[in-house]
Write a protein that binds this ligand. Sequence first.
Ligand SMILES: NC(=O)c1ccc[n+]([C@@H]2O[C@H](COP(=O)([O-])OP(=O)(O)OC[C@H]3O[C@@H](n4cnc5c(N)ncnc54)[C@H](OP(=O)(O)O)[C@@H]3O)[C@@H](O)[C@H]2O)c1
Length: 278
Amino acid sequence: MGDATGSRNSSAATASRATSRWSLQGMTALVTGGTRGIGHAVVEELAGLGASVHTCSRKEDELAECLKKWASLGFRVTGSVCDVSVREQRDRLIREVSSTFDGKLNILVNNAGTNVRKPTVEFSAEEFSLIMTTNLESAYHLCQLAHPLLKASGAGSIVFVSSIAGVVAINTGSIYAATKGAINQITKNLACEWAKDNIRINSVAPWYIKTSLVEHLLQDEVFLQRIVDRTPMKRVGEPEEVSSLVAYLCLPAASYITGQIISVDGGMTVNGGLYTSG
Ligand SMILES: NC(=O)c1ccc[n+]([C@@H]2O[C@H](COP(=O)([O-])OP(=O)(O)OC[C@H]3O[C@@H](n4cnc5c(N)ncnc54)[C@H](OP(=O)(O)O)[C@@H]3O)[C@@H](O)[C@H]2O)c1
C-alpha cells in the first residue's frame, strides 16, 4: 500500500516536473513591437504557454485593438505606446514594466526593428541614425534597463530577433546588416557577462518571413522567386515559425542554452549555392 502511494507520488512529481519544463506559467515577459509580424506571434506564443506579457508599439489604436483581441482569447497581455528608438520612452517603458510585474521580469524579447533598403553610398545620416537607434541602441539599452528586473526574477532570458543578414551578406542594406551583426556579437558577450546572474541570452536569425516589414518585397514575383530559389525548403517563413523558437529559448527546458544565434531560414544559410531550383 505504502509502496503504491509512493510510486503514485513519484509519477505525479515526474509528470509535474515535465510539465513545468515546457511551461511559462507564472513568468513575466516584455516583447517589443508586438502588434504585427513576428512580435505579434511571439506575444501569442508566450501568453499561450502561460506567461504574463507586456508589449509596446508606436500606434495607440493598433495596440488597443490587439489588447482587446488578446483579452478575449484569455491571454494576460498589457501594453504601452512606446517608440523604442527614443531613450526617454525606453526609460518610461521599463518603469511601467517594473510596476506591472512587481520589479521582476523573466523574459525580454528585443523584437522591434526597421529597415531602409538602398545602396550604401545613398544612405543619409538620418537613415543611418534611424536604423542604428531602432535596431541596435534600443535593444542594447533595454537590456541595460531590464538587467536588474531579469536578475531579480532568479531565472532570466533575453532573446534578440536578429536576422540572417547579420550572419551572411544579402542585399538588404549594409546598415541593417551591421545592426544585426552587432546584435549577434552582443548575444555572445552578454551570455558570458550575465551567466552569473542566471540570465541566458540568445538570438534568432530569420530569413524572409511574411510580415508587414517585407510584404511589399514579397509581392514582387521576380524578387520572391529569387528568394525561393535560394531556399532549400522553397518557401518563405511564417511568423509562427519564428515565435516557436523564441518561446523554446525562454522555457526552463532550454536552461543550458545561452550565447547562441539560431537561424530560422528553411536551410538558406547552409545552402552552398548549387541547390538553386527544383
Ligand atoms: N520579416 C522578415 O522577413 C524578417 C527577417 C529577419 C529579421 N526580421 C526582424 O524581425 C523583427 C520584427 O520584424 P517584422 O518583420 O515582424 O516587422 P513588422 O511586421 O514591421 O512589425 C514590427 C513591429 O514592431 C513595431 N515597431 C516598429 N518600430 C518600432 C519602434 N521604433 N518602437 C516600437 N515599436 C516598433 C511595429 O509597430 P508600430 O509600427 O506601430 O510601432 C510592429 O508591431 C525586426 O527586428 C526585423 O529586423 C524580420
